[in-house]
Design a protein around this ligand. Structure first.
Ligand SMILES: O=C(O)CCC(=O)C(=O)O
Ligand SMILES: [Fe+2]
Length: 335
């Protein structure tokens, strides 16, 4: 019986069905991937959750005031490269992620990965063994720039090791220019575990302002209809120069923060060596991946040792939102 149940629950049909059950609270997931509908979804959620928004804005002010001044993500650029090589807290988290990555069997994982050229290896940061990573997720070093960029305290989405074997040269899927097409904006933080240089498929991106102008032109010229559409380099370079593209080159201890929804980008095209990095995803709080109602912030899934260090309003709001499991179905993400 149990095995039948698990067989059924593992079919794509069942996951669609269970999504439908929760669909009204996640209606943004089925709306078109355009700037208009992204704004619409976020604004509906902000309207329905005004009290939570107030609290998230107040907490942003508080963490900014309580910590020393942090760098900001410029609105027009949508990215920021930071250097934490002298920061023991960040270096400890990088070390913890590196040890975990070293224990993975990447050849075996590559065989079953959804994207064999970019393997997702999740980190369960509820677990005590990843306590340095939970600490990093909540650190002012990351949280202040991200919160100020969103205007409110974010929600942590995926926390993964991203491993690109870089064995073949190709421009398909996320190796073509695209936007992640999530919300109005979202931030991914990439922390290299080995140096990322020209030889291991760096993330390559355009500034947010330039990307937004290019999208408008592509849309007007009938080339792009949605933000997540994969585009040929020739299409992008009709509207900008190849030299405008920025390469996310960084060493362990440095961090690339990039809004991969506002910035057109690609990565893992080819390389001489694998690329291995810790990826942290921050969603804006009123993301389509979060429910419009019945929102709860709880920390009861965490190991005792982690919880003792974390139990604050900030931790609850950033790490304790309980509904992200539906978002993991990624109905709208073909890549
Ligand atoms: O491999 C990379 O650096 C980019 C991947 C990407 O853009 C994506 O998965 O959406
Ligand atoms: Fe992407």
């Amino acid at each position: 019986m149990n095995s039948l149940k698990s067989k059924i629950s593992n079919t794509p049909f069942y996951s669609k069905l269970s999504f439908m059950k929760h669909f009204p609270a996640y209606s943004g997931m089925v709306l078109p991937d355009t700037p208009f509908w992204a704004n619409f979804t976020v604004n509906v959620s902000r309207f329905l959750n005004g009290k939570e928004e107030k609290q998230r804005v107040a907490l942003t002010k508080k963490i900014a005031k309580d910590s020393k001044p942090q760098a900001r993500i410029p609105e027009d650029e949508g990215f920021l490269i930071l250097d934490f090589r002298d920061n023991p807290m960040v270096m400890e988290a990088v070390e913890c992620a590196r040890n975990y990555a070293n224990g993975a069997d990447w050849d075996a994982l590559e065989k079953t990965a959804k994207k064999p050229f970019l393997i997702d290896y999740p980190i369960d940061y509820h677990n005590e063994k990843f306590a340095p990573i939970a600490k990093l997720l909540l650190s002012p070093e990351l949280l202040v720039p991200v919160s100020e960029y969103f205007g409110a305290l974010p929600v942590v989405g995926d926390v993964h090791i991203w491993y690109s074997p870089n064995k073949e040269q190709s421009n398909d899927r996320s190796r073509s220019y695209h936007s992640d097409g999530l919300d109005r904006h979202h931030v991914q933080v990439f922390l290299p575990l080995e140096e990322i240089d020209e030889d291991n498929g760096p993330l390559t991106f355009l500034s947010a302002k330039q990307s937004e102008e290019i999208y408008k032109k592509l849309n007007k010229d009938g080339i792009a209809y949605r933000r997540n559409q994969k585009l040929d380099d020739e299409d992008i370079y009709k509207y900008c120069k190849p030299e405008d593209a920025i390469k996310g080159l960084a060493k362990p201890g440095q961090a690339i923060m990039a809004d991969t929804t506002r910035c057109y980008h690609y990565g893992s095209r080819f390389g001489k060596r694998p690329r291995v990095q810790l990826l942290i995803q921050y969603y804006e709080p009123f993301s389509k991946k979060m429910p419009l109602w019945n929102r709860e912030a709880r920390l009861d899934g965490f190991d005792e040792g982690v919880i003792k260090a974390l139990d604050t309003d900030v931790a609850r709001n950033v790490l304790g939102m309980t509904h992200l499991e539906y978002s993991r179905m990624r109905l709208d993400e073909a890549a």
